[in-house]
Design a protein around this ligand. Structure first.
Ligand code: CTP
Ligand code: MG
Length: 239
């Protein structure tokens, strides 16, 4: 008997086939113009830390890493020899463009797609699993954490416009994981103008829920973040 229906029509109880898109083609401007994914933390490139929790999940069938054009033309062996599921493509001028280019080469038959920034090396296997579990039920899943500071909305001169109710606010991180057709449709309909993937899915009408990614799932953005990430890794290793 052949399998009936498209990937999305199949029962959500089946084991999902997960594709992962990893934007890693940024210029690391706030970190002094460095190739951020290749900087080492605890002796391993940031990108490798970011990939491992996904490769540890047996439901992940394909990982596409979008690198800067020069690196994509000559990728490092620690990446090409890491795992047969990993492929490299050249990224684009913006994060969303890089994600779009990675989506284009993920296999057509993946049922769930995770997007994860190469610049988040501290994501854990538990958070990856929880996001994939939720997306497998047909809902988008975004790792993040509830706001702990009082938040202010401001105008362009930093004058406060309002104080939104903090209990309704979360910081959004990655991974952001979606039913594959939900994400693909959002990228087709909404183009590539957003700072995260969920914003496109929200605009396209998809339901998306936050998953607690913990406060240590930081994005390495400014120089001080490297020491912070090292300290968090060290703390996790110590008994
Ligand atoms: N990214 C990408 N393609 C781009 C821009 C960003 O793939 N054209 C990726 C980055 O490599 C990173 C993720 O998107 O993994 C989040 O972006 P960010 O932290 O802003 O990294 P950079 O854009 O490299 O840093 P900066 O904004 O300071 O230049
Ligand atoms: Mg950037």
């Amino acid at each position: 008997m052949t399998e009936a229906g498209t990937a999305s029509e199949r029962s959500p109880h089946r084991v999902p086939r997960v594709g992962v898109a990893v934007p890693a083609a940024g210029s690391g401007r706030r970190l002094g113009g460095s190739r951020k994914p290749f900087i080492e933390l605890s002796g391993e490139p940031i990108l490798l830390h970011a990939l491992r929790p996904f490769l540890a999940d047996a439901r992940v069938v394909a990982v596409v890493v979008a690198l800067g054009a020069e690196d994509a033309a000559d990728p490092p062996s620690w990446l090409t020899e890491l795992d047969v599921r990993v492929r490299v493509v050249a990224g684009g001028a913006s994060r969303a463009e890089s994600v779009g280019l990675a989506l284009a080469v993920l296999p057509d038959d993946v049922t769930v797609i995770a997007v994860h920034d190469a610049a988040r090396p501290l994501v854990t296997e538990d958070v990856v699993r929880a996001c994939i579990d939720l997306a497998s039920t047909g809902v988008g899943a975004v790792a993040g954490c509830p706001a702990v500071d009082t938040m202010k909305a401001v105008d362009t001169d930093a004058y406060i416009v309002s104080t939104p109710d903090r209990s309704t606010l979360w910081h959004a991180q990655t991974p952001q994981v979606f039913p594959a057709d939900m994400l693909r449709r959002a990228y087709e309909q909404e183009g590539v103008s957003a700072t995260d993937d969920a914003a496109l899915v929200e605009r396209a009408g998809g339901r998306v829920r936050m998953v607690d990614g913990g406060p240590s799932n930081i994005k390495v953005t400014r120089p001080g973040d490297l020491a912070l990430a090292e300290a968090i890794l060290r703390a996790r290793k110590s008994p």
